[in-house]
Design a binder for this molecule. Structure first.
Ligand SMILES: NC(=O)c1ccc[n+]([C@@H]2O[C@H](COP(=O)([O-])OP(=O)(O)OC[C@H]3O[C@@H](n4cnc5c(N)ncnc54)[C@H](O)[C@@H]3O)[C@@H](O)[C@H]2O)c1
Length: 438
């Protein structure tokens, strides 16, 4: 394929050289004459393992060259990869200036070119940037309609500086955010033969995946470092702790707990986080991530309260009360906390949880419910229908089959989904359905 790569920094230079070595005919473009000259001399403009030899090879083989001339690059390519920088502004917002400028230049050149050019954004950008900011610029400067007259895709880059050439040839995954099928096909063909799963998704999803990845990577490092500091203060070998932690592929290094859902609770997580943070404080160890897990959880619960408030309705039904399905344990149940807050705000509440039967509330649970939600007995309903008959808005916090099968579609009460119902994707298109974080 004939490819132009805009921006010869870490991402662009590695992409250009690796694509050329796969057999594509590549033109690199940069505003910086020094970088252009370096590439044309067969030298790498960045320091990276293997990139020097690779650029020397592909320039010698005439499959890579560089220019400052956008017009020449667009005339000599059918697909353009945009790899310009998207740095932070002083206030933390994303700087899209370079993206906007290069998009204008490419659009103007595409207007003069016959045939269908596919413009692929590789730079990291917030969801919505491509469709709301860059596509209108392309349509204005190129003329015509994106997805019809020219292709558009978002193809985030997952390489790590230092091992980027290796990562290019053995990527963790390939993500293609496609405006239309034909645009996605062009990107898929670029990487044909490389290992790793290919995900073809809507454009904003592709943009968001990069942020999910990087936020999680930062969070993992911060978590490990904070835990290390606490362990050190407590005289424990943090690496030994993490060796065992990492060996747990069921609950720790696994998909467990990584789907957006409701707030957590129960008799262990809140208590143990509190005491760990307290122990850190006692030893003057600052642990901002660990210290903010419970506040984050409380904010998530508050989102559910706000969703009910926003409906403007007063008669509320709640399905689920125990802290998770399959148990009647109410201690530190986030659903109890939610019920209590709504009750405190004067909502007319009815609750149904198949696992919670007052007669079975013994010992700790009985005491807990009597102190935290003394009016529980009056609020508890005996059946799903009793709650549905009462409610103008229903909070669904359990996946119990009897509840799921009775939940109405469309005209009934507003459904506030706290658990991502099995049919959430279909329901999202229905009026009167609200997902907590989806
Ligand atoms: N560096 C990484 O490891 C990495 C990994 C994944 C994603 N990303 C993302 O990829 C993008 C690029 O990152 P980078 O580290 O390669 O940036 P960089 O700053 O190293 O390179 C950007 C290049 O774009 C050039 N440029 C700016 N405007 C231009 C224009 N109008 N026309 C042509 N060239 C232009 C600059 O001169 C520069 O050489 C960013 O959005 C970044 O967040 C970076």
């Amino acid at each position: 394929m004939r490819v132009s790569v805009f921006g010869l920094g870490y991402v662009g230079c590695v992409s250009a050289a690796c694509l050329a070595s796969l057999g594509h005919e590549v033109i690199g473009v940069d505003v910086n004459q020094v970088k252009v000259d370096l590439v044309n001399d067969g030298k790498a403009p960045v320091v990276e393992e293997r990139i020097g030899e690779l650029i020397a090879d592909v320039v010698r083989a005439d499959t890579l060259r560089a220019t400052r001339d956008v017009h020449e690059a667009i005339m000599g390519s059918d697909v353009s990869l945009i790899c310009v920088g998207t740095p932070s502004e002083p206030n933390g917002s994303l700087c899209t200036t370079y993206l906007e400028r290069v998009t204008e230049e490419i659009g103007a050149a595409v207007a003069e070119r016959g045939g269908r050019q596919t413009v692929v954004f590789r730079s990291t950008m917030l969801p919505g940037t491509c469709l709301n900011l860059l596509v209108p610029i392309l349509e204005k400067f190129a003329g015509g309609t994106a997805g019809v007259d020219f292709g558009v895709a978002v193809n985030p880059e997952f390489l790590r500086e230092g091992t980027s050439v290796r990562d290019f040839f053995d990527p963790p995954k390939t993500v293609i955010g496609e405006l239309d099928r034909a645009s996605g096909d062009v990107v898929a063909a670029l990487y044909d033969g490389l290992p790793g799963e290919v995900f073809r998704v809507p454009v904003p999803t592709a943009e968001a995946i990069k942020y999910a990845d990087n936020a999680f990577h930062g969070l993992k490092i911060g978590f490990a470092n904070e835990l290390g500091a606490v362990c050190q203060a407590l005289g424990v070998d943090s690496h030994q702790v993490m060796d065992v932690f990492l060996a747990d592929r069921k609950l720790n290094i696994s998909p467990a707990y990584l789907r957006p859902g409701f707030a957590f609770g129960g008799s262990c997580l809140p208590k143990d986080l509190r005491s760990l943070v307290h122990a850190a404080r006692r030893h003057d160890v600052s642990v901002p991530i660990l210290a903010h897990v419970l506040p984050s959880n409380a904010d998530h619960l508050q989102r559910a309260v706000e969703l009910v408030e926003r409906t403007g309705k007063r008669r509320v039904g709640m399905f689920g009360l125990s802290f998770k399905p399959g148990t009647d344990d109410l201690r530190e149940s986030p659903l109890v906390e939610l019920a209590e807050r709504l009750f405190g705000k004067g909502y007319d509440l009815r609750i149904y949880d198949p696992n919670v039967n007052l007669s079975r509330l013994l010992g700790a649970n009985r005491e807990y419910i009597e102190t935290r939600l003394p009016h529980l007995a009056q609020l508890l309903a005996d059946s799903v229908d009793e709650v549905l008959d009462h409610a103008e808005v229903c909070l669904v916090g359990t996946g119990d089959p009897a509840v799921l099968s009775a939940l109405p579609h469309g005209d009934g009460p507003v459904i506030v989904d706290l658990i991502h119902l099995p049919d959430a994707d279909a329901r999202r298109a229905e009026p009167g359905y609200v997902g907590l974080a989806w």
